[in-house]
Write a protein that binds this ligand. Structure first.
Ligand code: MGD
Ligand code: MGD
Ligand code: SF4
Ligand code: MO
Length: 862
């Protein structure tokens, strides 16, 4: 018998009522039969494999299903060999994300035209037909006028439906404005990687690493690879690896480490440059790696540019012929250090420029800036040099491979900053000095040189084409969108030279006004446009919507899921629906097919889907729509080339990465030896980009770009100045550094706040707190649990103080994703501190990345 969830619950209700009030016997018999059926269903449970997307680790899961009801979620044991051994509390309690009674269930329209922080939208439920037709009418009008006036945003949504699908819709529609959340997330780290080796993402080769040092990566609370890093770090430690954590806060990672180095916030660059100096001075660097794989030997002129031959090839100083030559034949022995006169001008090697730049960064000077004792900086450099085993090789599978078992890793701790690209690059340079990239035990790089164009200067377009100003003169290397910029531009397009006024914004699974710094100003732009929000709960973004559409959750919908690679594994996976708790008829994919059909752009949508997904053999056909399941079937067939039953039964298909692919197809293949491209120790493309910015600003009389600041940001090498972001220089009356971080029990903008299981895990999980060092608290007259105010130059936030030795005395830390205030949230979920309203915004001028870790504040009792 097929028991739906509704008849199951109805059955339970009838059974209970029957017991209490003596129903007529027919009803009693029916109730008994239903109860028996429910019991049978309960006993015949099945397990279904899928992929968790509650955060972006994409763990393999196995759901225990009983009569259409999800009873429990476990880690998929088969996925352990590929990625996750376990799952986290959010993933295990993910059923409540689906069964949450406060979910959006029907489309709604606002009837109060005034949008504001405390304005009740006065929602009225509408039919799907009315919702689709209203949206289609708006879209059709915009498309006939100027399609760019439509702005599509997504955050988490990228992972529940892939960003290829919205991008295909936008391309078919004709708008360039598809805006992902990456500048509030990690884009500076991506851009640092891209400028350095032509693609992004790297992971420590933990099977072999002997010394692992992280600078602000939080794998036991957050991180995007945490369910692999957690067991791999612990395993490596058991094998004898030393783990050192550099960050201002005693994070869960610090708790697992052998040593915690509590660096002053934002000052990592000083520490890293001091380590570079120590290694260079001691000669414990991998000169062979620097010479043969990187551009360290290329000659740099007084203008900061690399000297090139008439046909545009970089020149090095040939020590045999004593002249500048292109390094495209193996007989050349280029100089790594030194200064050379060529045609009456002086040139230094890029490595010499780095060495000269770090000369002043003595351990004592670094101690003053970053707070780590000079003696420890010196001994740490020694430890690193010893662990790196420079010059050694190891044999694996009959191949002799470079062996450098030391890895330096970071995530948002270095990226979420005004100089996030430079801070992240500083750590890459430390890796390069030791030759760790793609060495056994070192840093495993992903997709090396997949995009050679990242080695070129930005086009610096002006006027900007996109509302987020990505790739324009404002954010020249903003390849990953600049999401927090959009509302500023919408509010005043002329100020940025944008030639149109956006009219409509669709927000899919993102909560921008909660998730960005200087958050309240995000609301200004949202008041100016017609907004559609697609979400599962009634968020702060919904509060500024004109129409809200309910989505299916990740446990209710289909997708060809994203997955996480590791140095030795790759896999493809799907998500499949386990239930449909509120009988919602659409997920975002089917909404887009419906809109495309109504707008008459369905064939173009299919064509763009084929392009965006890079389909080769199996494609989306014209003249029809696809259900989400059919979409997954197409993608699985083209990408995985296995029967769809494999996807349904196993949930994924994986492969082991061999030694050749793991160690020899990255930097060895693309950068090693004469005549090859070079990893950029020295990012000369930034100098060229800056020159373009300067020219464009002058030619167009642009007044809202500060050239001196751009020049500093566009330095080809990280400098100690990059340890002094704007608030550190200017907010003199604000004595404390403010940093933020993730917590295990919440994700993203706090839809987990509605999850009663997570909230029930203890007081600690219900709301966040403001971590204050006891010495600081004493000086300020603050006691544990006192209600305090965090005040910056842009705003205030209120919260509870928690006294802990696990924070530097000059710093306070507040976790993200608490303090929801939407009128659409139940009261029990509106707890804790929404810290982003007190955070200054100084986007990285290279990437556009939001600065989350730079604000300075005052703290006082409320
Ligand atoms: N201070 C501070 N701020 C931060 C951070 C920090 O550490 N500190 N972290 C930053 C980071 S790393 C990021 S990535 C951004 C994220 O910020 P955003 O991109 O704005 O948020 P997301 O978490 O991606 O999106 C959250 C929305 O997706 C909805 N959602 C969840 N599942 C579904 C679904 O299946 N369908 C639909 N339609 N909606 C769904 C949720 O209800 C929620 O409203 O925030 C950043 N903000
Ligand atoms: N539980 C949970 N897990 C998540 C998410 C979530 O919302 N909840 N979100 C996912 C997403 S989208 C992302 S991008 C990842 C983020 O993953 P991570 O970047 O690993 O996590 P965050 O907590 O944002 O990282 C910031 C860390 O940097 C430290 N830090 C702050 N300032 C500085 C500094 O100046 N120097 C140094 N050295 N350290 C500093 C903080 O103490 C914190 O531990 O997490 C993912 N995983
Ligand atoms: S780490 Fe993220 S993806 Fe994995 S189980 Fe937890 S919430 Fe799900
Ligand atoms: Mo993120």
């Amino acid at each position: 018998m097929n028991v739906t969830r509704r008849s199951f619950i109805k059955g339970m209700g009838a059974a209970a009522a029957g017991a209490g009030f003596g129903l007529p016997s027919i009803a009693q018999a029916a109730a008994k039969a239903e109860a028996a059926a429910a019991k049978a269903a309960y006993q015949s449970s099945t397990m279904v494999k899928s992929t968790c997307v509650h955060c972006i680790n994409f763990c393999g899961i196995e759901a225990k299903m009983e009569g259409g009801v999800i009873r429990a979620i476990y880690p998929d044991k088969a996925r352990a060999d590929y990625y996750n051994w376990g799952i986290c509390p959010k993933g295990a309690a993910g059923v409540f994300n689906t069964y949450n009674p406060y979910r959006l269930k029907k489309p709604m329209k606002r009837t109060n035209p005034t949008k504001g922080l405390h304005e009740d939208p006065k929602w009225v439920e509408i039919s799907w037909e009315e919702a689709f037709q209203t949206i289609t009418d708006k879209l059709a009008k915009i498309r006939a006028d100027n399609p760019a006036k439509l702005v599509w945003h997504h955050g988490h949504g990228k992972y529940t439906i892939g960003d290829q699908t919205p991008k295909a819709f936008a391309a078919a529609f004709g708008t360039p404005n598809v805006i992902h959340r990456t500048t509030t997330c990690e884009s500076s780290r991506h851009i640092a990687d891209e400028l350095t080796w032509g693609y992004h993402n790297h992971l420590p080769d933990l099977d072999h690493t002997r010394l692992y040092i992280t600078f602000g990566s939080n794998p036991f609370e957050g991180e995007q690879w945490s369910r692999w890093l957690d067991h791999s770090i612990i395993d490596a430690k058991e094998r004898g690896m030393k783990y050192i954590v550099v960050e201002p806060r005693f994070s869960h990672a610090a708790a697992k480490a052998h040593e915690w180095l509590p660096v002053r916030p934002g000052k990592d660059a000083a520490l890293i440059l001091a380590l570079c100096k120590q290694l260079i001075d001691a000669g414990t660097i991998d000169t062979d790696f620097l010479t043969t794989y990187t551009n360290a030997t290329q000659l740099v002129g007084a203008d900061g540019l690399i000297l090139k031959s008439a046909d545009g090839k970089p020149l090095v100083w040939d020590t045999i012929y004593k002249s500048a030559r292109t390094y495209d034949d193996a007989s050349i022995i280029p100089a790594l250090t030194g200064s050379f006169d060529i045609n009456g001008k002086s040139y230094r090697t890029a490595f010499q420029v780095l060495s000269d730049n770090v000369k002043e960064m003595t351990p004592e000077r670094a101690e003053e800036i970053c707070g780590i004792p000079a003696a420890r900086i010196k001994s740490l450099a020694g430890e690193i040099a010893e662990a790196a085993r420079i010059g050694s090789t190891i044999r694996i599978d009959g191949k002799s491979l470079r062996y450098r078992p030391v890895a330096f890793h970071t995530f948002r701790g270095l990226a979420a900053k005004e100089y996030g690209v430079q801070n992240s690059r500083a750590l890459l340079i430390l890796n390069m000095l030791l030759g760790t990239p793609d060495a056994v035990g070192g840093m495993h790089l992903h997709g090396v040189y997949a995009h050679p164009e990242y080695f070129e200067a930005s086009k610096c377009e002006y006027p900007p084409k996109r509302v987020d100003l990505a790739k324009s003169v404002y954010f020249p290397h903003g390849h990953h969108d600049v999401c927090q910029q959009v509302q500023y531009t919408v509010n005043d397009p002329k100020a940025y030279g944008l030639g149109y006024q956006p009219e409509m914004q669709i927000f899919f699974a993102t909560n921008r006004p909660m998730s960005t710094s200087d958050a309240l100003r995000q609301l200004d732009g949202m008041k100016k446009t017609f907004n559609v929000v697609i979400d599962i709960v009634n968020t702060e973004t919904c509060q500024f919507a004109d129409i809200v559409l309910p989505d299916l959750t990740y446990l209710e919908s289909w997708h060809y899921a994203p997955t996480r690679w590791t140095p030795n594994r790759k896999h493809s996976a799907i998500r499949q629906p386990l239930t449909n708790a509120y009988n919602i008829p659409h997920d975002c994919q089917s909404m887009l097919w419906e809109l495309a059909h109504r707008l008459g752009i369905r064939d173009a949508f299919a064509e763009e889907l084929n392009k965006k997904w890079g389909l080769k053999e199996v494609e989306f056909a014209k003249g029809r729509s696809y259900t989400p399941r059919e979409m997954v079937e197409v993608l699985w067939a083209d990408k995985v080339k296995k029967p769809f039953d494999v996807a349904l039964e196993r949930g994924f298909y994986g492969k082991h990465v061999g030694t050749e692919e793991r160690y020899l197809q990255g930097v060895e293949l693309h950068f090693k030896g004469a005549g090859k491209a070079r990893m950029k120790l020295y990012a000369d493309q930034l100098v060229e980009s800056y020159n373009k910015v300067e020219k464009t600003v002058k030619e167009n009389n642009i007044t809202n770009i500060d050239l001196a600041q751009y020049k500093l940001a566009y330095s080809p090498l990280p400098l100690v100045e990059h340890a002094f972001p704007t608030p550190h220089r200017e907010a003199r009356d604000y004595p404390l550094y403010l940093i933020t971080h993730k917590r295990m029990y919440r994700n993203q903008c706090g839809n987990t706040a509605q999850n009663p299981i997570l909230n029930a895990l203890g007081a600690d999980t219900q709301e966040n707190f403001i971590a204050v060092n006891p010495a600081t608290a004493k000086a300020l007259g603050i006691r544990d649990d006192d209600v305090v105010i965090v005040e910056s130059r842009v705003g205030r936030a209120r919260g509870k103080a928690k006294l802990t030795e696990g924070i530097r005395p000059d710093t306070i830390a507040v976790s993200y994703h608490y303090g929801n205030w939407s009128l659409g949230f139940p009261d029990y979920a509106k707890k804790g501190t929404w810290i982003n309203q007190a955070m200054e915004l100084h986007p990285d001028k290279i990437s556009g990345m939001n600065s989350f870790q730079d604000t300075k504040v005052k703290l006082y009792r409320a």
